[in-house]
Design a protein around this ligand. Structure first.
Ligand code: ZN
Length: 507
């Protein structure tokens, strides 16, 4: 038995090595690769993807798993194994069977179709012309439906797609959680509408990019991000990627005349990066050294970006420093006005620029449309109308054209259906974790106001980061907070915060 487990871990190690090598190529492609080098780079990446697929469907894995007692009904294998090894078997079995169920033809077709669709999507968005994107999105939806059928599901084909990004989560559960969330968010937005709006015009003044970088790097270091095990670079769309267990790369982008993009992007990716650098030593380089779900990953970035990075306590410490960095643009702005400005709530069209209250409504919109598209209740050609009427219902605004509506996000053109819910789930997990963190550390705000993040980081490391995917997301939430996912924590957090920002009462 020991020999079988040892051999399985050897194969697992090679799979992770391939994954990290591929990450080096894609990271380089997004940051430093010269523009005309894309052709061979794409070949290199798809070659590695082929190797990866071959490795993960290797029948030897199936043999070893069954020798170790793994079956569909008992995915954790023999009961006499260590719990951590049983988790290892469960996750390996999951990765192996998901890949086996997808024929190579389907995987290749999805990759090819999404690469074409992405370039068409860029043009469609520029020309505000959804029609040119329709045949490509239709194809991707068809392929995703086939993917769902092959992976299998109990209730809704969307379950099979969601499961790739938020393992073990079901469509029905998301629908239930989102309906409570929607109700709470609308109540807060209605209240905010009744009071005078805050002024955030100063955020559009001049903020030289080099100084933004310098400030952001300082914050990132003080958050505890280790620059001997990671880097911060620039890319068109911010992301975090892991190139090795001691090598995590963050990227950000900057806008000279919009302060929030750079600094909050850095803090957000920093939250992702700290998670990736915090796995237990004994699962280093192992298939357990990754997140339990994208929603859990997102909770880490949202805790840092919103709950900490947009808090009054955080800026009590950093605002005087920020003023030294940008004396011309912030000299006449008080801490309170700055705090209210960065937390302005206003329904808007673009998801990535949305505030923390309206953000999740953007996700509910996409989730509703995705599930209807996959179940066949909504045709791709009718998406713009459905989008606009849903936007009016949820946000009270209708996009001026499809570039700020149905064409704004890249995800569908990448064939990624089932991804969006993880962003809102991240807000919910984040608030639930943050409430437990505050319960464990009553002095938290005082520490933040002194620029001391050790309490936050140690708590996140001990309770969340170290575990990787040893626990399923739902188990992790229960372990850390004592109950299952509950949207009330997020609503409560928002009500408290925005009562203060807007002087609201009556919640
Ligand atoms: Zn994120």
């Amino acid at each position: 038995m020991e020999e079988d487990l040892r051999r399985l871990k050897e194969i697992g190690k090679e799979i992770i090595l391939l994954d990290h090598i591929k990450a080096i190529l894609t990271w380089d492609q997004e940051t430093y690769m010269p523009p005309n080098s894309i052709e061979e780079r794409s070949e290199q990446i798809s070659f590695l993807e082929g190797l990866f697929h071959e490795k993960i469907i290797n029948p030897e894995i199936g043999d070893l798993l069954s020798k170790l007692g793994v079956t569909q009904d008992n995915p954790e294998g023999r009961f006499d194994l260590e719990p951590i090894d049983r988790a290892y078997l469960r996750e390996f079995y999951r990765d192996h069977t998901r890949n086996i169920k997808l024929p190579e033809r389907l995987v290749v077709e999805l990759a090819k179709e999404s690469s074409v669709a992405q370039s068409v999507w860029v043009k469609a968005r520029q020309n505000r012309d959804f029609k040119m994107f329709v045949p490509h999105l239709n194809k991707l939806v068809m392929l995703n439906r086939e993917k769902a059928e092959r992976l299998g599901y109990m209730d809704h084909p969307y379950d099979a797609l969601l499961d790739e990004f938020e393992p073990w989560m079901k469509t029905e559960r998301v629908t239930e959680v989102f309906s409570g969330l929607q109700k709470g968010l609308k109540e807060i937005i209605e209240k905010i509408k009744e009071v005078p709006q805050v002024d955030d015009g100063f955020l559009l003044r001049d903020f030289p990019v080099e100084r933004q970088k310098e400030f952001g790097t300082m914050v990132l270091k003080e958050m505890g991000f280790d620059f001997d095990r990671g880097r911060l670079d620039v890319s068109a769309h911010p992301f975090t990627t892991t190139l090795g267990s001691d090598d995590v790369r963050l990227t950000s982008r900057y806008n000279k005349n919009f302060f929030k993009t750079g600094i909050f992007g850095i803090i957000h990716e920093g939250g992702h990066g700290l998670y990736e650098l915090g796995f237990l030593k004994k699962i280093k380089g192992n298939i357990l050294a990754m997140t339990a779900s994208l929603g859990i990953h997102e909770s880490q970035s949202r805790i840092w970006e919103n709950m900490i990075g947009r808090s009054h306590a955080f800026w009590q410490y950093y605002y005087p420093k920020l003023k030294d960095f940008f004396p011309e643009s912030l000299g006449d702005i008080s801490l309170n006005d700055f705090y209210r400005g960065i937390n302005k709530v206003e329904p808007s069209h673009i998801r990535v620029e949305a505030d923390e209250v309206t953000y999740s409504l953007h996700i509910i919109l996409r989730f509703t449309l995705e599930t209807e598209i996959i179940s066949g209740n909504l045709a791709v050609k009718d998406l713009p109308d459905a989008w606009n009427s849903k936007s009016e219902e949820l946000l009270g605004i209708i996009p001026g054209d499809d570039s700020e509506g149905v064409l704004q996000d890249i995800h569908w053109s990448m064939g990624a259906i089932g991804y969006f819910p993880t962003y809102a789930l991240g807000n919910l997990y984040g608030a639930q974790f943050y409430s437990a963190l505050k319960g464990a550390q009553p002095e938290l705000e005082k520490m933040l106001a002194c620029g001391d993040f050790s309490g936050v980081l140690n708590w996140l490391r001990e309770n969340i980061h170290c575990h990787g995917r040893i626990y399923k997301a739902e188990e992790l939430v229960k372990r850390v907070t004592g109950e299952e996912l509950n949207p009330d924590y997020f609503i409560k957090y928002l009500k408290e915060k925005y009562s203060e920002v807007y002087g609201l009462s009556g919640f």
